[in-house]
Design a binder for this molecule. Structure first.
Ligand code: NAP
Length: 452
C-alpha cells in the first residue's frame, strides 16, 4: 500500500499506478462475528466501540466488473459505524449474509468480519472491466449508496431500489481501511481545494442533508423558509445549517452547549436554542409527553424568528418527534431520516392532521443528489465540517466520541495519508474559497482544546 501512497504523492501517471501490484492483504477496521454477544446485558451508552472495533490485516477480495479498488487516503466516522460497533439495533452480519445470497459477487461480502466505514477519499488504483468513466490515478470521494443497476426500481430513484444498501454498513469492504472496494457509480471527483481528510468527511452526511432539504424527494426548502435543525453542529446538522443559509432560508439551530451555540453564530446562524441550558423535558416520564414543554419550545422559536418553522429537520427521534410535530407550522413539514434516541415514536396526531402538517421520510441520497451536493462543496458554497482527525488505529476512540456526543461536526480518520493537510492539488482555489471557511470547525475545536 505504501507504493500507492508514494505514487500518489509523487503525482505518478495513472498507468504507473495501475502497474503497482495489488497487495494480498491490507489494513482495515472491522468488527468480528464472534463478538456479537460481547455487550450483552449492557445499556447502549455503556457499550464501548474501542472493545469491538479491531484494526488488522484482511485478505484483498476479488473485484467485480463494475467496481474499482480505491487506495483510501482518509475516511470518517459516521453514526452507522457506532451502530455496527455496538451491534445495535441489529448486528450488521445479517445484512452481509443477505447480500451473500444475492449472487456470485455478493458472496464475497459474507465473511466473519465486517470492514466498516461509509466515507472515503482516495485514489482509484484498478478498475473492473465494465468501468468506463474512471481510471487509475483519479482522485475521488465515494458516496455510500450501493445499488445494483439491474434492478428496474433503481432507475427512478435508486434509493427506492429493493437491493439498495449503505456501503460499509450493509456491505463489507468499507472505507475505514487502506483499500476499499467501491462500485463505479459511487465515485465522485474529489474537490481539489481540500485535503484528503477534509474531502473524506462530507459525502454521507452532506448528501443526506441535501436530499432532506434541497431535493424534490423530501422537503425542498424555499428562499425565506424557517428551518429548525436539531443537532445543528452535528454531522447532519452542520451541513443542514449551511444548506439553509446557502438557499436563502433562516436556520434555527438547536444545540446543547454554549460552545456549539458560538460555532453556529460564527457560521451565520443567529437563531440558536441551547436545549440543555433551556432544559426542555418533552417526556414527563417514560410513557407521557409534556405538552407544556412543547408549547414552551414553540414559543421560544417564535421569539427568535417571529414565526413557526416551515420545516423541521428531524433525526433524534423518540426524544424530540412529539415536539417537532407540535412546533412545525400549519401545513409545514417534519423531515426525518433517523431516530438516535429511539425509533418507536409518539406524537399527538391531532396536531398533525388538523393543522395539515406532513411527516416526510428521507434516507441517504441517490447518485444524482450526492453528485449535486459534491458539486456545491467543489464550488466552495458548502464547506467540510471536519473538527478532529484520528489515525486508523484510533477508529474505536473516534467512534466512542461520536457515540457519546463529545464531538462537533465530523471526525476524520487518516488511512494511507500519513499526516493532515495532504492531497490539496489546487491551492489557489483554496485561497479563493478561504481557509477560515474550510477549517471553521477544526479551528473552533482546537481553540476550545487550547483553552482547556
Ligand atoms: P451526530 O454527529 O452525533 O449529530 C447528531 C446531533 O444530534 C448531536 O450533535 C446532538 O446535538 C443532537 N442530538 C443527539 N441526541 C439528541 C437528543 N436526544 N435530543 C436532541 N438532540 C440530540 O450524528 P449525525 O451524523 O448527525 O447522525 C444523526 C443520526 O442520523 C444518527 O442516528 C445517524 O445514524 C442518522 N443518519 C441517518 C442517515 C440516513 O441516511 N438515513 C444519514 C446520516 C445519519 P446537540 O447535543 O448539540 O443538541
Amino acid at each position: 500500500m505504501q507504493e500507492y501512497l508514494d505514487a500518489t504523492t509523487n503525482e505518478a501517471s495513472g498507468d504507473d499506478i495501475a502497474g503497482i501490484p495489488l497487495p494480498e492483504s491490507f489494513r482495515a477496521a472491522f468488527v468480528r462475528k464472534e463478538d456479537i454477544g460481547m455487550f450483552e446485558g449492557k445499556e447502549s451508552w455503556e457499550k464501548d466501540p474501542r472493545e469491538s472495533l479491531h484494526i488488522g490485516d484482511v485478505a484483498t477480495p476479488e473485484l467485480a466488473p463494475d467496481e474499482v479498488y480505491v487506495a483510501v487516503m482518509a475516511s470518517s466516522i459516521n453514526f452507522n459505524t457506532v451502530w455496527t460497533s455496538i451491534f445495535e439495533p441489529l448486528p450488521t452480519f445479517g445484512f452481509l449474509e443477505r447480500l451473500g445470497r444475492e449472487g456470485e459477487w455478493g458472496k464475497r461480502h459474507d465473511l466473519d468480519y465486517h470492514i466498516v466505514g461509509s466515507d472515503a477519499s482516495g485514489v482509484v488504483v484498478k478498475t473492473g472491466s465494465a468501468v468506463r468513466n474512471w481510471k487509475p490515478g483519479d482522485h475521488i470521494v465515494a458516496h455510500c449508496n450501493h445499488v445494483d443497476d439491474q434492478d428496474p426500481a433503481a432507475h427512478d430513484d435508486s434509493m427506492k431500489a429493493a437491493n439498495q444498501r449503505i456501503w460499509g454498513f450493509e456491505t463489507n469492504f468499507g472505507g475505514l481501511a487502506d483499500l476499499a472496494v467501491v462500485k463505479a457509480n459511487q465515485l465522485m471527483p474529489k474537490p481539489a481545494h481540500l485535503s484528503w481528510e477534509e474531502a473524506a468527511v462530507n459525502a454521507l452526511c452532506a448528501s443526506t442533508s441535501y436530499r432532506m432539504l434541497v431535493s424534490n424527494n423530501a422537503a425542498p426548502m424555499k428562499q425565506g423558509d424557517n428551518v429548525l435543525i436539531w443537532g445543528a453542529t452535528g454531522g447532519l446538522g452542520g451541513y443542514a445549517t449551511q444548506l439553509v443559509l446557502n438557499g436563502g432560508g433562516t436556520p434555527i439551530g438547536v444545540v446543547s452547549s454554549p460552545e456549539k451555540a458560538e460555532l453556529l453564530n460564527e457560521m451565520g446562524c443567529h437563531a440558536v436554542i441551547d436545549r440543555k441550558a433551556e432544559a426542555y423535558q418533552f417526556w414527563a416520564d417514560e410513557h407521557n409527553q409534556d405538552e407544556g414543554e412543547w408549547r414552551r419550545f414553540g414559543k421560544r422559536i417564535r421569539e427568535l424568528v417571529g414565526e413557526d418553522p416551515d420545516i423541521i429537520f428531524e433525526h433524534p427521534g423518540r426524544q424530540t418527534m412529539g415536539a417537532s410535530v407540535f412546533a412545525v407550522k400549519r401545513g409545514g413539514v417534519v423531515v426525518t431520516c433517523a431516530a438516535t434516541s429511539g425509533y418507536m415514536i409518539e406524537y399527538d396526531n391531532r396536531h398533525l392532521w388538523m393543522k395539515l402538517k406532513r411527516i416526510v421520510s428521507s434516507h441517504f441520497a441517490n447518485y444524482a443528489e450526492a453528485y449535486a451536493m459534491n458539486r456545491l462543496i467543489d464550488r466552495g458554497q458548502i464547506h467540510p465540517i471536519l473538527s478532529g482527525v484520528f489515525a486508523l488505529e484510533e477508529t474505536g476512540e473516534a467512534a466512542l466520541q461520536v457515540h457519546k456526543n463529545l464531538h462537533e461536526g465530523k471526525l476524520g480518520v487518516l488511512c494511507l495519508a500519513p499526516e493532515e493537510g495532504m492531497g490539496i492539488t489546487d491551492p489557489e482555489k483554496r485561497e479563493r474559497i478561504g481557509e477560515e471557511n474550510i477549517t471553521r470547525f477544526l479551528t473552533h475545536q482546537r481553540k476550545l482544546e487550547a483553552a482547556r
